[in-house]
Design a protein around this ligand. Structure first.
Ligand SMILES: [Zn+2]
Length: 194
């Protein structure tokens, strides 16, 4: 079973005839049909449930860009818990995506140990990072910011929200002067997004 398939499964890939919902709960839309009291898939694709409109539609698989091992993604840090950052993926190989993929970035503990009790900060909430997809297990996308090209490409001061400038491997706030550590990408502050 390929990794691509595992991700598809997670995304609710459906085949023609697959049961999607009962008509009391949802309305049929693009790519679906009604069969008795059931809404079924008319074609191969991904079922999208619009909870607000109570509508189901099928998006063709080819429209869906899936992060694969080796891909370079750009995303935003949505949350950090202990040493795991949750990254919302916005770009895959420089192409903007509209699907909801989240990646997991482990902030490696061995580096923290090397530096004694002082915890190395790689990235903070809200940072935009470039990372590589290294693996996934159970459809969890694992990311790495190792390498010169990967790391934080955009950030703001975590104290006052001001703009920052790069000073060697750190950033300094031009508003309040706070200096913070980040794992910066080589093109920090210069990266252009489409
Ligand atoms: Zn500041």
């Amino acid at each position: 079973m390929s990794n691509r398939f595992l991700i598809m499964e997670k995304l609710k890939a459906v085949a023609p005839g697959d049961k999607l919902a009962v008509i009391e709960e949802f309305s049929p839309s693009e790519g679906t049909y009604v069969n008795g009291s059931l809404i079924r898939a008319l074609k191969l694709g991904v079922a999208r449930y619009n909870q607000r409109k109570k509508e189901i539609k099928i998006e063709p698989l080819k429209k869906i860009k899936i992060p694969m091992v080796g891909d370079i993604i750009i995303g935003q840090i949505e949350s950090i818990q202990s040493n795991i950052a949750n990254v919302k993926i916005h770009y895959i190989n420089n192409e903007k995506i509209s699907n909801n993929f989240n990646g997991m970035l482990i902030l490696k503990p061995e580096i923290q140990i090397k530096r004694g009790k002082e915890k190395k900060i790689f990235c903070k909430l809200g940072d935009i990072i470039r990372a590589k997809v290294t693996s996934y297990n159970n459809a969890i996308i694992h990311l790495s910011i190792n390498g010169n090209e990967n790391g934080v490409i955009y950030t703001r001061c975590s104290s006052c929200g001001g703009n920052v400038i790069r000073i060697d491997g750190r950033v300094k706030c031009i508003e309040c002067g706070l200096v913070e550590e980040r794992k910066l990408a080589f093109d920090f502050g210069k990266a252009k997004l489409k």
